[in-house]
Design a protein around this ligand. Structure first.
Ligand code: TXA
Ligand code: MG
Length: 329
């Protein structure tokens, strides 16, 4: 996806951020709610804007690997290998934080999450913003806490909105996000790389790069709100089904308004007329790219219930299955 960069808008965003403002920025995964990671007031304002508990850590977005030693200490060789392979791109690494990194960024933890986005607008902004001290931008997904993450500028405008009615000083429009689901997160802070959050950089890709097994992080892993069971939830209740139970459930709900997301072939076999349908993609990347937009649309359909066909849950489907599961929880 090529994206032209409006450098005047980038310049304006950098100025607002330097002055402690809040700017929604496009990334290749989802839109982020950016603030200057060195500015305590600004960072705390992002928690307030999202309605997110202040003990949830934020990702610091940086312009490149050169920033790592400014934000982290005890960086293991695996981190450099992953960064060399996947940055800029949808991979976040968790490391021991440096002295410079404030605990208002890390939710009081001694680790910091770092990510270098590949979206040309985010990248241009970070390069413009970084300066000699490799300044970074905290950026949680630009949605109200617990709601669906935004994959377009319009989602951000609808949810957080611009001041004075809304909460943001600026929304940088970079078009629809290339991947549409949040970055893969790998914990590299305790000697045993593990996956904190699945994304388009898959377990198989990480294992190929590192040459050993990379398990899911255990219960003692650092806190991550993306790991809460109910997250990314639409307002309308969402149920996941296999083929047979979806057809049966649709019959059962015959007197209700249902919205359905399933492959076209299955939609054609539904015994009832839903108020709204989405033909699900058969490719995991395409499914992921459209997922949050689809959840937004299904939510807007005014149905009593959303039914979706469960996807596979391994390999390239892991991230999609994870987000869909949480949306249904
Ligand atoms: O793709 C992404 O990562 C997007 C874009 C905007 O870059 N950002 C994003 O941020 O998804 P957020 O805050 O919505 O999700 C980051 C997740 C949260 O679940 C947070 O708890 C976790 O990362 N996290 C942040 N710092 C952490 C740390 N030091 N240790 C463990 N988890 C951490
Ligand atoms: Mg989020």
């Amino acid at each position: 996806m090529t994206q032209s960069v409006d450098f005047e808008a980038v310049e304006k965003a950098a100025r607002i951020l330097s002055e402690g403002g809040l700017v929604a920025i496009p990334t290749e995964t989802v839109y982020g709610l950016a603030a200057d990671a060195d500015n305590r007031e600004a960072v705390l304002a992002t928690y307030a804007a999202k309605g997110r508990p202040a003990d949830h850590p934020l990702i610091v977005h940086v312009a490149g690997p050169d920033a790592i030693p400014f934000w982290a200490v005890d960086v293991p060789p695996e981190a450099w290998l992953l960064v060399k392979t996947y940055w800029p791109g949808p991979l976040t690494i968790v490391l021991k934080k440096s002295e410079r990194c404030g605990t208002f960024v890390t939710g009081g933890q001694d680790t910091v999450a770092l990510r270098c986005p590949s979206h040309p607008v985010a990248h241009a902004l970070l390069e413009r913003f970084a300066g000699e001290t490799h300044k970074g931008l905290t950026a949680p997904s630009a949605n109200t806490f617990g709601r669906i993450s935004p994959s377009t500028a319009a989602h951000v405008a609808e949810d957080l909105g611009l001041k004075p009615e809304g909460k943001l000083d600026m929304i940088l429009d970079g078009g629809p996000c290339e991947f549409g689901i949040e970055s893969t997160m790998v914990n590299l802070s305790d000697g045993m790389p593990s996956i904190l959050r699945h994304g388009v950089v898959t377990r198989e890709m990480l294992e190929e790069t590192l040459g050993f097994a990379v398990p899911d992080a255990g219960k003692n892993a650092p806190r991550a709100s993306g790991r809460l069971k109910s997250h990314y939830a639409p307002h309308t209740k969402l149920e996941l089904h296999d083929e047979a139970s979806l057809l049966a459930r649709a019959s059962e709900l015959a007197d209700k308004r249902i919205a359905v997301m399933a492959p076209a072939e299955l939609l054609a076999r539904l015994p009832v007329h839903p108020v709204f349908t989405i033909a699900a993609e058969s490719d995991p990347l395409a499914y992921g790219r459209a997922l949050y937009e689809n959840l937004h649309e299904l939510d807007r359909a005014g149905a009593d219930r959303i039914l979706a066909l469960r996807t596979p849950s391994t390999g390239p489907w892991a991230a999609v299955a994870d987000r869909l599961g949480r949306a249904a929880a």
